[in-house]
Design a protein around this ligand. Structure first.
Ligand SMILES: Cc1ncc(COP(=O)(O)O)c(C=O)c1O
Ligand SMILES: N[C@@H](CCCC[NH3+])C(=O)O
Length: 445
């Protein structure tokens, strides 16, 4: 049901593009709603900073992937943002789930996520994590290195089989920042095709009766804006399938292309076009399989950011405004602890003031956090009302991925709550971390 405010604002939304979730509406007097819930009311009720997640938006992106890639397995990468609510939405939308730690597996387990639909990743999985994954019956474990193979095989109960994929290095450099390019030779993930590591891994897995090799995996990087690197990755993986067939006499039925699909963070930026990605990948799969006389393998993709990123916004309250020379600093009650991406990758975000009309025009400001670091900058050179002042509420767009999941407690700042909104209702799904939480962990003296 649409509330009156939302109906009024709907008229103002027409033509809106950019980084905001599908249900976000802004009005001329500073009104702002997501999921038909007022963001200023959320700020008042749950405090700031607060993450807000738009359930309908996140679910609609799951559906868009299923429609664009019919027949493919869509595994949401939980590292982008996982809590029990999100895991349930992913399960209900029929997606699979990529987890990469015992913690992420525990969330999946807590909502009874079907084990067969879980893919377990990691370049340094501990024996304990492997044990948990096998005990839960995860569908696939992605082997990253040779040492893992015997360790894993030793944990599979007699008479059982664990399906595995091998993560290979495709030798493709793609991604928005060097720290998130994971497909080249000089980085830590995967097995090298150049040094014979892939061949050794195939031979070792085939020698283990408890392991069943079903395919290859690669993940080339993150925030990738075009389909072309994925088409190249398909070619490289299919070549490897042909090499494995020729050298070991087996035809592997699955290819997992990982995630990395870009989203828009600011007006004028576009994310990776899903239709173009689907077309390029399909074409490459069909063509290269034919070229190597292989059956077309079953496809898996693992989008994280593209499912949860645009669904999230973060609310902050302005604490102080000061001018140093030509620069105006707007200091808020959050910062690099709830969003480390600007300081880690130079990521740029969209922020706007909500809750009152802007009658003063705008000016460029630097929005900074409250942490004891000069680099604690949330957004450089963003236009905010010229009279922005303490008490104002700011909203940051597209913070649904790699914000809550990468949040820290630096300066013993409690991590913000997560509020889910849908159809006029707001509900707390992750509570705020309080000083008592720190004291509970601190068992010293
Ligand atoms: C193996 C794997 N799959 C999927 C993802 C999801 O990436 P993104 O959130 O960029 O789609 C990642 C992280 O980059 C990853 O390491
Ligand atoms: N954490 C990164 C993405 C890396 C994803 C994991 N391989 C980001 O915020 O952009």
């Amino acid at each position: 049901m649409m509330c009156a405010l939302t109906q009024e604002l709907a008229a103002t939304r027409a033509g809106t593009t950019g980084p905001w979730s599908n249900t976000t509406l802004f009005g001329p007097r500073g009104e702002a709603t997501v999921g038909s819930v007022s963001l200023t009311e959320i700020a008042d009720r749950f405090g700031t900073p607060a993450y807000v997640v738009d359930e309908a938006d996140l679910r609609s992106r799951c559906r868009a992937y299923r429609q664009a890639l019919p027949g493919a397995t869509i595994a949401y990468a939980g590292k982008a943002f996982l809590c029990r609510s999100v895991a349930s939405w992913i399960r209900e939308e029929g997606l699979s789930l990529d987890v990469c730690s015992g913690g992420e597996l525990a969330i999946a387990r807590a909502v009874g996520f079907p084990g067969e639909r879980i893919i377990f990743h990691g370049n340094a999985k501990t024996p304990h994590e492997l044990q948990d994954a096998i005990a839960y019956g995860v569908g696939r474990i992605v082997v990253d290195n040779l040492a893992e193979i015997t360790r894993l095989a030793a944990l599979v109960p007699l008479g059982h089989h664990q399906k595995v994929l091998l993560r290979v290095i495709p030798d493709i450099e793609a991604g928005a920042h060097p720290a998130i390019r994971t497909g080249g030779q000089g980085q830590k993930f995967g097995l090298s095709t150049l040094s014979g590591e892939v061949d050794s891994a195939v031979a070792r897995v085939l020698a283990q009766p408890g392991l069943r090799l079903v395919g290859l995996h690669c993940h080339i990087g993150s925030q990738i804006t075009t389909a072309q690197p994925y088409a190249r990755a398909v070619r490289m993986l299919v070549e490897q399938l042909a090499r494995i067939r020729d050298a070991h006499g087996i035809t592997l039925p699955e290819l997992d292309l990982g995630g990395g699909h870009a989203i828009s963070y600011r007006a004028g930026e576009s994310g990776l076009d899903l239709a173009k990605l689907a077309a390029a990948v399909r074409l490459a799969l069909v063509d290269w399989s034919a070229a190597f006389s292989l059956p077309v393998p079953a496809l898996t993709v693992e989008p994280g950011r593209a499912i949860s990123g645009p669904a999230g916004v973060t609310l902050y309250r302005v604490i102080a405004v000061k001018r140093h020379g030509a620069r105006t600093f707007v200091a808020v009650d959050g910062g690099m602890s709830d969003n480390p991406r600007p300081s880690l990758y130079g990521a740029r975000y969209t922020l706007r003031m909500i809750g009152r009309p802007n009658l003063a025009g705008t000016r460029p400001v630097t929005v900074v956090g409250h942490h004891c670091e000069a680099g604690d900058i949330l957004a450089e050179d963003v236009e905010l009302p010229a009279d922005v002042r303490p008490g104002d509420v700011l909203v940051a767009a597209a913070t649904g991925a790699y914000n809550h999941s990468m949040a820290s407690t630096y300066n013993l700042t409690g991590r913000p709550p997560v509020v889910a909104v849908d159809d006029g209702q707001a509900r707390l799904v992750v509570r705020r971390e309080e000083p008592e939480d720190f004291l509970r962990r601190d068992v010293g003296l």
